[in-house]
Design a protein around this ligand. Structure first.
Ligand code: HEM
Ligand SMILES: *[C@@H]1O[C@H](CO)[C@@H](O)[C@H](O)[C@H]1NC(C)=O
Ligand SMILES: *[C@@H]1O[C@H](CO)[C@@H](O)[C@H](O)[C@H]1NC(C)=O
Length: 492
């Protein structure tokens, strides 16, 4: 009996030592690693933010931890993140391929595709076609204005009442992507789009929730009927919808005369010869990727922006003065007006800085053995770029910890963009919707502020600016009140 206990203890000690030394040589420091479990016990599965804070304080800007057997490196602060994502861009341009999120997307699409020729081809195609979206009759800007009109109608119907703007902004952002993809918008009550949005919202929660962490840490349990199965089901539902929309398109398209992104892609498929990474299955996932990447991000940024505008009325008024002055006599704003609105530009950038919409970027992975800050990082290591640490980094901002448009203004009141402004991340994987997103943020903010005054309802209590944790940060649900501006005449 005694002997076997001793033996057992020796075994345990042996295993622990074995696994402790598993952190590769010269790997970034981090907490001791447990056998099998890795560091999963060091993290709160619901909201690990506090634990990360602690680890960073103890181990520095580049630290490591283990999800089960999987090594993860978290990188913080501008200099280090730029070094990794820009200077050593290619080394860090991969995407992890063995996570829940990979298995549910079957590696097609764009966002989670690993670095390689297929990703390059697909990304180049998207960039080119998003840039060219003057295609068809309406330019991108016209399409956005078209959608804003529905938002304006919604707001007009709500004048004097207090209401929740969540769905309004969500639907608007979703419809703008649908315009790009399918050349059409969906009514706000449309069941199809509601289903898609619901699946995605749910998956965004699952993807960094406790079950995903468990799935990612323990390959052995992956085939069990546990709650993460839900994520697969959701993707399947969306894929079916995307497929039927694609088929609809195939019926109505005229080859060579693309109306939208899907038409462009189908034209590309018609090209004879080697179509390389282009396929219908790829397109289906692509549609979902772009829709997902473009909806939650933009709408949460707008939601955050308006939350601050209501609570900083002097900022709102100063924007309105500038907007009235620059747009005097014009029907509507256009992107070029940005250059004449330094204050509004500063405010919108400040929205993005405080909204911190994608706090940990999308996870990267190393494409080869590499180095960072003197540490060795092997190929295939999961990399988490902590964008939050840049967006409020001490020393990079005049006012890192408050909402203040002065962060983007110089002494002459001109707009300046500090190097640490990277809500879209940086390097080869940087957000490819940046141009579109910035156009949306500008046109929405300016058009709505020109027409309406936004008021924090008297009975709403103190605002809570703490966001809800997720892949994308969301402001806590809030209500807003709107008034028509006095200086603003209602057209006809
Ligand atoms: C305010 C709005 C937005 C924010 C804050 C945002 C932020 C980001 C971030 C942080 C990444 C990860 C970059 C990386 O891995 O290093 C990303 C990737 C991406 N975004 Fe955005 N995004 C926004 C809007 C959009 C829009 C409107 C689109 C759609 C056209 C879009 C499409 C994408 C795509 C396709 C990727 C993946 C790129 C790749 O893996 O190569 N985003 N975005
Ligand atoms: C990212 O940076 C923020 C702010 O510096 C910090 O509070 C948070 O804990 C960091 N997250 C990770 C994963 O290190
Ligand atoms: C990613 O997902 C695909 C499809 O589900 C799977 O075949 C592949 O093995 C996964 N990659 C890894 C590294 O697990």
């Amino acid at each position: 009996m005694f002997a076997s206990i001793i033996l057992l203890l020796i075994c345990i000690v042996f295993i622990v030592i074995q696994l402790k030394s598993r952190r590769p040589k010269n790997f970034p420091p981090g907490p001791p690693v447990w056998p099998i479990l890795g560091n999963i016990l060091d993290l709160s599965l619901e909201n690990p933010l506090k634990d990360f804070e602690r680890l960073r304080k103890t181990y520095g800007n580049v630290y490591s931890l283990f999800l089960g057997p999987k090594p993860v490196v978290v990188i913080n602060e501008m200099k280090t993140i730029k070094e990794a994502l820009v200077t050593k861009g290619v080394d860090f341009a991969g995407r992890p391929q063995d996570l829940l999120i990979n298995d549910s997307s079957e590696r097609e699409g764009l966002v989670m595709t690993d670095y390689g020729s297929s990703w390059k081809e697909q990304r180049r195609f998207a960039l080119m076609n998003l840039r060219n979206f003057g295609m068809g009759k309406d330019s991108m800007e016209e399409r956005i204005h078209g959608e804003i009109q529905y938002t304006v109608d919604t707001l007009e119907k709500s004048i004097g009442k207090s209401f929740s703007p969540q769905n309004m902004f969500h639907n608007a952002a979703s419809n703008i992507i649908c315009q790009v993809l399918f050349g059409k918008r969906f009514e706000y009550e449309d069941e199809t789009i509601k289903t898609v949005v619901q699946c995605f919202t749910e998956n965004a929660k699952i993807a960094n929730g406790p079950w995903a962490m468990i799935y990612d840490s323990f390959p052995l349990i992956r085939s069990l009927p546990l709650p993460f199965r839900r994520a697969f089901k959701n993707v399947e539902t969306c894929r079916k919808i995307a497929k039927s929309l694609m088929n609809e398109h195939k019926q109505t398209r005229v080859p060579g005369e693309p109306r939208d992104f899907v038409d462009c892609y189908l034209d590309r498929l018609d090209k004879p010869g080697d179509r390389s990474s282009f396929s219908e299955a790829q397109l289906t996932m692509y549609i979902l990727d772009l829709h997902f990447a473009g909806t939650d991000t933009t709408s949460n940024t707008l939601l955050t922006g308006f939350l601050y505008l209501m609570n900083y009325p002097h900022v709102q008024e100063r924007c309105q003065q500038e907007i009235d002055m620059v747009l005097e006599g014009k029907d509507q704003a256009s992107s070029e007006d940005r250059n004449n609105m330094p204050y509004v530009q500063a405010v919108i950038h400040e929205f993005q800085r405080v909204a911190n919409t994608v706090p940990l970027s999308i996870f990267h992975s190393t494409t080869k053995d590499t180095e960072l800050n003197g540490y060795s990082i092997p190929k295939g290591t999961l990399i988490i770029p902590n964008l939050t640490s840049v967006l409020n980094e001490e020393g990079q901002w005049k006012f890192p910890n408050e909402f203040n448009p002065e962060n983007f203004l110089n002494d002459q009141g001109e707009f300046v963009k500090p190097e640490a402004f990277m809500p879209f991340s940086a390097g080869p994987r940087m957000c490819l919707g940046e141009g579109l997103a910035r156009m949306e943020l500008f046109l929405f903010t300016v058009t709505l502020l020109r027409k309406f005054k936004f008021i924090w309802p008297e009975d709403a209590g103190e605002p809570d600016f703490t966001p809800v944790y997720g892949v994308t940060l969301t402001p806590k649900p809030y209500r807003m009140k709107v008034q028509l501006r006095v200086s603003q005449k209602i057209p006809h």
